[in-house]
Ligand binder design. Structure first.
Ligand code: KIV
Length: 272
């Protein structure tokens, strides 16, 4: 797709029905991201997300049998203790979670691990720029690669990951100029999030672009829907109809056969 200049479209999903919708919409890649921590599990960062969480959500997504490529996000510390640990855990994400590839965060420090995972036959997507699992090292969710020196460092990380065998790279929170330089310096596709238009593809966290959270408004997220207000309206109407005795009405209830209700109530049938 990079060769043909066709943009790659990626979104996150963590459950079967959503994965089915994304597949039906022709989304190229479904990322079972560790953003499940912030999106669904109520955590403030991705750090508490466990390998079992990722496997559980990958399995739900893969049961939907999407046509999209399913990538399982390797969570915090699940691939950094040793190469053996990384291989074992990536293997579980494919075997038990049904993912077809994994994503790891980081540049130079994970290059040898990425090479070993690829060597084991597991496709790896790299992730550089702002990598949320290292948030305490960065000191916050800050744009990376703003200077020539740091941009060049990211270019060199991208090249090293490509050499290690990564099939693609997520670029998160980098200036568009930096993303362009990285995209032009590697043959593998770059997928941007907060990285401007020059990447080979784009990814957003589904719940962010659907407008699930009112108070989360980062500059790089465009809200394509206001799903929170749709849910709020439906739930409020349901609650008021239950309280007013309007739901369930006859249309949403079942009837006994006349003779059975006659036997149960004498001649009188309950009115609703
Ligand atoms: O976990 C995630 O959803 C991600 C994307 C932000 C790329 O890593």
């Amino acid at each position: 797709m990079k060769g043909k200049k066709k943009k790659i479209v990626m979104l996150t999903a963590y459950d079967a029905p959503t994965a089915r919708i994304l597949s039906d919409c022709g989304i190229d890649i479904i990322l079972v991201g560790d953003s499940v921590g912030n999106s669904l599990l109520g955590y403030e960062s991705t750090i508490p997300v466990t390998l079992d969480d990722i496997i559980h959500h990958c399995a739900a997504v893969s049961r939907a049998k999407p046509n999209s490529l399913i990538i399982g996000d390797m969570p915090f510390m699940s691939y950094k203790v040793s190469i053996e640990q990384a291989l074992e855990n990536c293997g579980r994400v494919l075997q038990e979670g049904g993912a077809e590839a994994v994503k790891t965060e980081g540049g130079g420090r994970v290059v040898d691990t990425v090479a070993a995972i690829v060597d084991a036959g597991i496709p790896v997507m790299g992730h550089i720029g702002l990598t949320p699992q290292s948030i305490y090292e960065f000191g916050g969710y800050r744009v990376q690669g703003r200077t020539t020196k740091t941009a060049e460092l990211l270019v060199s990380q991208a090249k090293r990951l490509e050499e290690a065998g990564a099939f693609s790279l997520v670029l998160e929170l980098v200036p568009q100029e930096t993303a362009k330089a990285i995209t032009e310096s590697v043959e593998i596709p770059t997928i941007g999030i907060g990285a401007g238009p020059y990447c080979d593809g784009q990814v957003l966290v589904l719940w962010d672009m659907l407008g699930f959270f009112e108070d989360f408004k980062p500059k790089f997220v465009k809200k394509y829907a206001s799903i929170r207000s749709v849910i709020t309206q439906a739930v409020t109407q349901y609650a008021s109809e239950v309280r007013d005795g309007k739901f369930p009405d006859h249309e949403h209830s079942f009837d006994m056969a006349e003779e059975e209700s006659g036997r149960l109530y004498g001649r009188e049938k309950p009115s609703n």
